[in-house]
Design a protein around this ligand. Structure first.
Ligand SMILES: Cc1cc2nc3c(=O)[nH]c(=O)nc-3n(C[C@H](O)[C@H](O)[C@H](O)COP(=O)(O)O)c2cc1C
Length: 195
């Protein structure tokens, strides 16, 4: 049985924009061929723990003697890597949270990026090489001059409060632009030579 790994990280539950898109992708993927199934990993409902030792970033043979790794943590990391390695494809819901991805998704990625295991070397490819991945990444605001409604989502969350305004193409909202202008003129006054 071939499976698609569907990863969700949105904390917005039924209001989520990324979750239905991930689900729609998964449904289409399943419908495109026989013997296809979906394995779901919900990082919001079941977050994986942070790495607690640098040893988990390296294959066992590359670890330094003092980098002891808790066997349970190593088992979990192996499970996460095997889950991706066994997938025919991966779809990842990765909404923009504070100009980045949800921290739960970052932690999952930290587990997957292991030097000497999932990275390629001269003689062999990394374990995850060649697995196609689709990333669904909605965000609440536009970061250019386009309509926010066309940027993949409605204004939402910390950035759409009335007092913060719309973030423009340079990542500054209206108040930010006013502040920036004041700073520029204050700076100009300080540096202007005396007449
Ligand atoms: C904690 C949090 C942080 C957010 N930070 C940003 C941001 O930095 N920029 C932005 O454009 N939208 C931001 N948003 C809005 C989301 O990106 C937007 O609502 C998106 O649709 C979220 O996907 P989801 O509904 O699947 O969670 C944030 C939302 C939340 C909940």
């Amino acid at each position: 049985m071939t499976y698609l790994l569907a990863v969700d990280s949105s904390i917005s539950g039924p209001d989520s924009v990324s979750r239905p898109l991930v689900a729609e992708f998964a449904d289409s993927w399943c419908a495109a061929g026989p013997d296809r199934s979906v394995v779901s990993r919900d990082l919001a409902a079941n977050p994986v723990p942070h790495l607690t030792t640098a040893g988990l970033h390296y294959a066992e043979v590359l670890r330094r003697p003092h980098e002891s790794v808790d066997p349970a943590a190593a088992d979990l990391q192996r499970e996460l890597i095997d889950e991706v390695a066994g997938a025919a494809a991966v779809v990842i819901g990765a909404p923009m949270y504070n100009w980045s991805i949800p921290s739960t998704l970052k932690t999952w990625l930290d587990h997957l990026h292991v030097l000497g295991v999932t990275t390629s070397s001269d003689d062999q490819p990394g374990r995850l090489q060649g697995i196609p991945a689709v990333v669904v990444s909605p965000r609440g605001l536009a970061y250019d001059d386009s309509d926010p409604g066309q940027a993949g989502g409605r204004p939402h969350g910390a950035c759409d409060r009335e007092d913060s305004g719309r973030i423009d193409g340079h990542g500054r909202d209206e108040r930010g632009r006013r502040l920036h202008a004041r700073r520029a003129s204050a700076c100009g006054r300080r540096t202007r030579p005396r007449q």
